[in-house]
Design a protein around this ligand. Structure first.
Ligand SMILES: Nc1ncnc2c1ncn2[C@@H]1O[C@H](COP(=O)(O)OP(=O)(O)O)[C@@H](O)[C@H]1O
Ligand SMILES: [Mg+2]
Length: 284
């Protein structure tokens, strides 16, 4: 059965998601100031964690290199002890890599509100993001089908942030199609809005997954951080847009993003102003 989630979130404290860490409960705004303070503290902590992690990572890489050097000398084989050490070094590297991903995803999520929009070609940005994921998708047997209209009016975008929002969707689609499939990306004009639709023929989501997929830290993946879709939703909303999802287990998933076109801002301002000097309207 097909499930939908409009991606809307009310301002009431959210009920915790099944795989929640409880952090969103802590971040539920008692006041906006308190929330901002908590987010700043958490982001500061995440930054502090990043430096020692990279030191550890460099030292582990050096240790691995040392073991490799031993191997190329007169003793071509590693001793059983060295083999154990090498295995542990690799396990540590994997864990550090995972911590780095968690911290980076967290920072991307927490860093909200610093977007800088300019009139942009949505189609070109979509094409560029698709080109970025294409080689890996092709290796995994995922074919791209792209339908971008010519001459779409511009959209006010923070290109860096919006690229991240798109990549989060494309990477999720890839994860949903481990043995290949179709990724269908389409942009259409709907009146004064652009509708961007991302469809995959992947594993799909159960009802409760659809319900919680935008919650921070909700993930069904072994090494997922659960921050991809919440970051994407935050970025879309910072652009005055909305994101919705429709999914069906075993058939696939569709995410649809609706964004105001620049034409809407102008015509609305023009209609209101009726010959009065334009005040610039929308802030960037
Ligand atoms: N295209 C998709 N197909 C199926 N499930 C998806 C898709 N996109 C997201 N999901 C579900 O939503 C969850 C949250 O996604 P996300 O926030 O990106 O976190 P992560 O990818 O780290 O798990 C995923 O773990 C998965 O269960
Ligand atoms: Mg993801």
């Amino acid at each position: 059965m097909e499930r939908t989630n409009s991606g809307e979130h009310d301002n009431a404290p959210p009920s915790p998601a099944p795989s929640s860490t409880g952090l969103e409960g802590v971040l539920a705004p008692r006041s906006q100031d308190q929330r901002e303070l908590l987010v700043r503290l958490a982001a500061g902590l995440a930054h502090e964690i990043k430096n020692p992690l990279s030191t550890m990572s460099i030292n582990l890489a050096l240790m691995e290199e040392d073991l490799g050097k031993n191997r190329s000398s007169d003793a071509p084989e590693l001793s059983p002890r060295e083999k154990r050490v090498e295995k542990r070094v690799r396990a540590l590297q994997r864990e550090i890599q995972r911590l780095e991903t968690i911290v980076e995803d967290f920072l991307r999520y927490a860093r909200g509100g610093q977007i800088n929009r300019a009139p942009s070609d949505l189609g070109a940005l979509v094409r560029e993001a698709l080109e970025f994921v294409e080689p890996e998708d092709a290796r995994q047997g995922i074919r791209h089908h792209v339908d971008l209209p010519m001459g779409l009016p511009l959209v006010m975008l923070d290109e860096g942030a919006f690229r991240q929002a798109l990549l989060n969707l494309f990477v999720n689609s890839r994860h949903a199609m481990p043995s290949g499939g179709e990724l269908i990306v389409r942009v259409r004009r709907e009146g004064n809005f652009a509708e961007l639709s991302v469809t995959d023929t992947g594993v799909g989501m159960k009802a409760e997954e659809v319900e919680h997929c935008f919650d921070p830290y909700f993930s069904t993946k072994k090494s997922g951080t659960g921050l991809g879709l919440s970051t994407t939703r935050r970025i879309v909303e910072e652009h005055g847009g909305t994101i919705t999802v429709v999914s069906e287990v075993g058939r696939g998933t569709n995410f649809s993003i609706v964004l105001p076109l620049v034409v809407e801002i102008h015509s609305a301002a023009g209609a209101r102003a009726e010959g009065a000097p334009a005040d610039g309207g929308e802030d960037a």
